[in-house]
Design a protein. Sequence first.
Length: 264
Amino acid sequence: MLPGVYHATKKDGTEYYRSSITYKNKHISLGSFCSEKDASSAYRYARQLLQDRTLSLESYDCHSALPSFAKWVTLLNFRDNGMYIKTPIYLKKNFFLYYFGPDDYLTFDIDDLFYYSTHSISRRGGHLFVADYGMQVNILSRYGIRNYAVAGRDYHFINGDNKDFRYENIEIVNRFHGVFSLERDSAPRYEARIHANGDWIIGRYNTETEAAVAYNKAASVLITKGYHKEYPVNYIEELSAGEYRRIYKNITISSRITSLKSRR
């Protein structure tokens, strides 16, 4: 058997080959391969990468190089920074890069290193997820951004780079569903809107929480009237149950909504 290669058999009897390498007393799996030749190539590339410091991420050739690019990042980071991380992370000073491909990566604060070194990021339909406690969790939730939030409207990336997820680069504009901040020279104002056979303005309020409660109240009115749209509920953690009930009872919503004809 070639160096770094191990023969293995699946439960159904299919033969395959595993490749691994030891570096700085760390035994590193390089993956599974259909042929002994590919497994050996992965071992040779890995050995060369760990020994030759002229090789970098830009040296990766996606058409011929083995092991995978993700493993390439892992090995390169271990070689340069002395830390073995299973996910495709390369450490920088005070931040790190999470790679999907040679020119495709996300930037995170170093404070998030432990989380993303144990959680792999997946992409689907433009969204970024990790598997957490058996659920797929949008990584935006770590910033307090809701699933229904719209980039550019409810939050934005300050430097214009939508792949830079450092905390200082993300500004949340609207925390709640149906609530929008209004540009004013004096005190801030918030407008609550809801959709029911068109977009309706619920009202304008002095605080974001009042507007969020007003949205909830308008949604309840519409559901009572037979509008079966699944309106998201705004959960306002900073309000106690008593405070929420008081605001809900006293908040005023548009008479155009309360006077809508029932669909029942």
